[in-house]
Design a protein around this ligand. Structure first.
Ligand code: FAD
Ligand code: SF4
Length: 323
């Protein structure tokens, strides 16, 4: 049986209260739905002395503002899945299973810890291996590096939020700030979101998509449910007649940093016919180098980038009535 260490739990009443508690408590950590943090504590991967429950302090609402859709970080993934906001809703609907989507929050999904098959194990398992760079060891078991961790960022919502151009609203000891999500993601398995100590994610802001934009997301898994992605892809496109007017593709679950594919503007003004589909899918394959920190044959996950990107684009083309 896995037993958790002892810790104090304090309930925050507001985001400001949560940040103040963080600043005044020994070894604090935020807990929202707890669907990822609690398994982490059971595996003794983190040893907080204070768990600050923020679920009730965070907004769970959607507010439509001029040009933006403001989503409370406390919104459950089940509610996110019911939004008319593609591809975020599809991505949320594929997380785990209904029980976890009811408890897990959007904020917790964005801030999800990276995963690794050598790390997300019990202490006894890790000790038998001698630990790794991230815990009780000095070498990365995936790459042999003594310096960097390549644990995988497996959040389903992040690639979708990247193609939507989302920003994060944060509250920290120095006050609030708003930063594009893309600017906060780092290629660092131990610090994949560049937050300052004590910063709390309060809202996710999504620019209102163009009325003609169409988008979709998909993930590669072994099973149909309760599975983290081994690869996830989100796409957003807009057509002007039958010509591409906007195209964004994000790839996640291959490394510590989900990424927007560069170079897609060169396809704008073109039709999305077979040569373009092949070239875009080939470009995605070329730029994707999965790390072995999670399960799944590396070459297969890489090849599937090409397949999934093409499949999603063909679906969008059909949905847009183009071609
Ligand atoms: C069996 C199982 C399957 C799963 N499958 C998937 C999956 O397919 N896809 C997927 O994406 N996830 C999956 N998860 C992970 C998890 O359920 C979700 O990512 C969920 O959205 C996490 O949200 P939470 O509110 O429970 O976060 P918590 O567990 O409360 O927190 C997660 C992390 O985020 C931090 N945090 C939480 N909220 C904030 C905030 N507002 N500001 C700053 N930091 C914060 C916490 O300190 C912690 O480090 C799975 C989990 C389980 C147990
Ligand atoms: S990627 Fe390497 S350092 Fe990071 S958790 Fe896995 S084995 Fe440890």
């Amino acid at each position: 049986m896995l037993r958790m260490r002892g810790f104090s739990v304090v309930q925050a009443d507001s985001p400001e209260h949560a940040v103040a508690l963080y600043g005044s408590s020994p070894d604090p950590v935020y807990l929202a739905g707890g669907t990822d943090l609690l398994p982490t504590l059971k595996l003794d991967l983190r040893q907080p002395r204070t768990v600050i429950a923020v679920g009730r302090a965070l907004s769970q609402d959607r507010v439509d503002q001029a040009g933006w859709i403001k989503l409370g970080a406390g919104m459950s993934l089940a509610r996110v899945a019911a939004l008319d906001l593609s591809p975020l809703a599809q991505a949320a609907s594929r997380v785990a299973a209904p029980q976890i989507r009811n408890a897990g929050t959007l904020g917790g999904n964005v801030m999800l810890d990276t995963r690794c098959r050598y790390y997300n194990q019990s202490r006894a398992w890790r000790n038998a291996l001698g630990g790794c760079l991230r815990a009780q060891g000095d070498l990365c078991c995936v790459t042999g590096s003594t310096r960097s961790c390549v644990a995988t960022q497996c959040s389903d919502s992040v690639p979708a939020l990247l193609v939507l151009g989302a920003h994060l609203r944060l509250l920290g000891p120095d006050g609030p700030r708003q930063v594009p999500l893309v600017d906060l993601l780092q290629y660092d398995g131990m610090h994949q979101v560049d937050l300052k100590p004590g910063e709390l994610l309060t809202h996710v802001l999504v620019p209102k998509p163009h009325p003609d934009a169409i988008a979709a997301a998909d993930k590669l898994t072994v099973r149909g449910a309760i599975d983290f992605p081994m690869l996830s892809v989100a796409v957003l496109a807009r057509f002007d007649g039958d010509l591409l007017a906007d195209l964004r593709i994000a790839i996640g679950a291959v490394s510590p940093k989900p990424r927007l594919l560069p170079g897609l503007n060169s396809y704008l003004g073109q039709r999305l016919d077979d040569p373009q589909l092949d070239a875009i899918a080939q470009g995605a394959w070329k730029r994707t180098r999965p790390q072995g920190s999670i399960a799944g044959d590396l070459d297969w996950r890489r090849q599937m980038t090409r397949v999934m990107v093409r499949r999603l684009l063909v679906g969008l083309k059909g949905a847009g009535g183009v071609g």
